[in-house]
Design a protein around this ligand. Structure first.
Ligand SMILES: N[C@@H](CCC(=O)N[C@@H](CS)C(=O)NCC(=O)O)C(=O)O
Length: 202
């Protein structure tokens, strides 16, 4: 098994998952800034030209962060990060989706429409990015209200892959210089908890 990754939000999602599991997987770190995921060789592994990719010993290629995490969770069930029974698994899926769509969605759009890295990958609309900055503020407000019961982690107060998705959001926020506003004290508490994890590599 070999993981292709890069120091990036999606790379962090898999590397933090692996670190939390306490497992080791041979890894090749690519430089996405110089297009190492866009070479003919790498496009054979992922036609989207993106990390992460997990290559299995029989040559099977798994892409997409959560699919890779799901596979590793099944292989290494100790220290579960994706629930342990039908209900907790469904709840983690629910929170993963919420963190990905609601919390990561707007800041990812800000990045795509303002970072020079994406300039040759899509038609950038800086004015649209401004709307997404305002939306990000609203989404932090939504998460803040959700966390008002004082819990440390987003799903049932148990650290899960949904929090790891949140770590990736924090990493994009650092790149975009858009910190979580101080007025969202509950989100700030969760953010501190993320920075305290040894798996945090932002
Ligand atoms: N949907 C993918 C997104 C992967 C993705 O966006 N990867 C970025 C790094 S965060 C990448 O490899 N970009 C390289 C490029 O676009 O050239 C997943 O979650 O696995």
């Amino acid at each position: 098994m070999k993981l292709y990754t890069a120091p990036s939000p999606s790379g962090l999602r898999v590397s933090a998952f692996i670190a939390e599991k306490g497992i080791e997987i041979p890894t090749e770190t690519l430089d996405i800034q110089v297009g190492e995921t866009r070479t003919d060789e790498f496009l054979q592994k992922n036609s989207l030209g993106e990390i992460p990719v997990l290559e299995l010993d029989d040559g099977t290629l798994l892409t997409e962060t959560l699919a890779i995490c799901r596979y590793l969770e099944a292989l290494y069930p100790e220290d579960p990060l994706m629930g342990t029974d039908p209900l907790t698994t469904a709840k983690v899926d629910m929170w993963s989706r919420r963190m990905e769509q609601q919390v990561m969605g707007p800041i990812a759009q800000v990045a795509q429409h303002t970072f020079t890295f994406f300039a040759d990958k899509l038609e950038q609309l800086p004015a649209y990015a401004e709307t997404q900055k305002r939306l990000q503020d609203k989404r932090w407000g939504w998460l803040d209200a959700e966390l008002a019961d004082g819990r440390r982690y987003v799903c049932d107060d148990v650290f899960s892959v949904a929090d790891i998705t949140g770590m990736a959001v924090l990493m994009i926020c650092q790149f975009a210089e858009m910190p979580v506003p101080e007025r969202f004290g509950n989100v700030k508490r969760w953010e501190t908890a993320m920075y305290e994890r040894s798996s945090w590599a932002g």
